[in-house]
Design a protein around this ligand. Structure first.
Ligand SMILES: Cc1ncc(COP(=O)(O)O)c(C=O)c1O
Length: 360
């Protein structure tokens, strides 16, 4: 069986370091808002090229608390794409604002030409889908001209770059998820906000801890959204390997590209792509997926139904046909196994089976 992601292989590769880090936290007796988190925040801010990083309980909370800290709420319009994980739009609704969807380009990232048609708006959430960076130079230019805030959904894109600069560091905030299958995965849920705005960082620090300014003193309501010490210690160990892992992902993507060129539509060959998911576009997607499953190869569909057609957003009034590219991609995308420890022989087996399917 070739899995989509092999977290046990990753654990085995760095087991002594992880076991040691875990044990140290358990023995320390300090489990919440301690030394490990403070160190992780410094290290991640440095990695992302930002002045501040604030650890929270998930990528979803990183997005939600960013919106709240930036003052987005009732009556505000927030533009994003319907071809993303639900969390991107869910947080807009949760803070009282309205999601305004725009279509994506042929790679699944927000179509910046379409954003222009939705002005004015309070904020835009670009999603760096599959680890593929959005053109942030262009978006930030629009943001200053049109006066909107930018919250980067970089949940799939830690380690990605645009124009040599880390994704997450362009927007007013950048949001990362450490869900286990991400490029940097915890052993549970965790997330992080990065920003260069000191006030936003300190507000999110309060909000993640029930709004407390100091011990048991509250200026506002917040959440219980803390990144715990065990997760922080594990993430610190893994962060040291992240550059090398992203490099391996890129090399594996090139291997896939070389075997699948001319057979399927390949993911974009963009410098700075972090390759969280290696996603091809094919016709007969469901049949191919079934064929690969019969041959013990796991795949995934991110995402099978765009958000504007989901029942939960029916109140927004979008109809089928509103976003043709997102709708077409949802029928064609297929993510293949991708993890740094995936051996070349595995890729050859997968690609041979894909070729076999199209030759039948
Ligand atoms: C694009 C995107 N946004 C947001 C999230 C939410 O992150 P989390 O699962 O850590 O809450 C994810 C995670 O799957 C994601 O892929």
């Amino acid at each position: 069986m070739i899995p989509l992601v092999d977290l046990q292989a990753q654990y085995k590769a760095i087991q002594p370091e992880l076991d040691q880090a875990l044990l140290e936290v358990v023995r320390s007796g300090q489990y919440i808002l301690g030394k490990q988190l403070a160190l992780l925040e410094c290290e991640l801010a440095f990695f992302a090229g930002c002045s501040y990083a604030v650890g929270v309980a998930s990528g979803t909370d990183a997005l939600f608390l960013s919106l709240v800290a930036l003052g987005i709420g009732k009556g505000d319009k927030v533009v994003t794409t319907p071809f993303t994980f639900i969390a991107t739009a869910e947080v807009i609704v949760r803070c009282g604002a309205t999601p305004v969807f725009v279509d994506v380009d042929s790679n699944g990232n927000i179509d910046l030409n379409m954003v222009e048609h939705k002005m004015p708006c309070k904020a835009v959430i670009p999603v760096h889908l599959y680890g593929n960076p959005v053109n942030m130079t262009e978006l930030m230019k629009m943001s200053s001209m049109r006066n909107f805030l930018v919250v980067e959904d970089a949940c799939q894109a830690l380690g990605a770059t645009w124009d040599g600069k880390k994704i997450g560091s362009f927007g007013h905030t950048g949001c990362f998820s450490f869900f286990p299958s991400k490029n940097l995965g915890a052993t549970g849920d965790a997330g992080m906000v990065v920003t260069n705005d000191e006030q936003v960082a300190s507000l999110i620090k309060k909000l993640r801890n029930h709004g407390a300014s100091t011990h048991y003193m509250y200026d506002s309501h917040g959440l219980n959204s803390r990144l715990d010490e065990i997760q922080a210690a594990i993430l610190r160990v893994k962060l040291k390997h992240l550059d090398e892992w992203v490099k391996s992902r890129r090399e594996l993507a090139y291997l896939y590209d070389s075997y699948l060129s001319g057979i399927v539509t390949l993911p974009p060959d963009i410098e700075g792509h972090a390759q969280n998911y290696y996603t091809i576009q094919v016709h007969d997607r469901d049949e191919l997926r079934q064929y690969l499953a019969e041959n013990e190869i796991s795949t995934a569909i991110y995402y099978p139904l765009p958000l504007h057609l989901q029942k939960v957003y029916s109140y927004l009034g979008y109809k089928k046909g509103a976003f043709p590219m997102a709708e077409s991609l949802s029928e064609k995308v297929l993510s293949l196994p991708m993890y740094p420890e995936l051996p070349e022989e595995g890729i050859i087996v997968i690609c041979d089976k894909i070729k076999e399917f199209y030759q039948r």
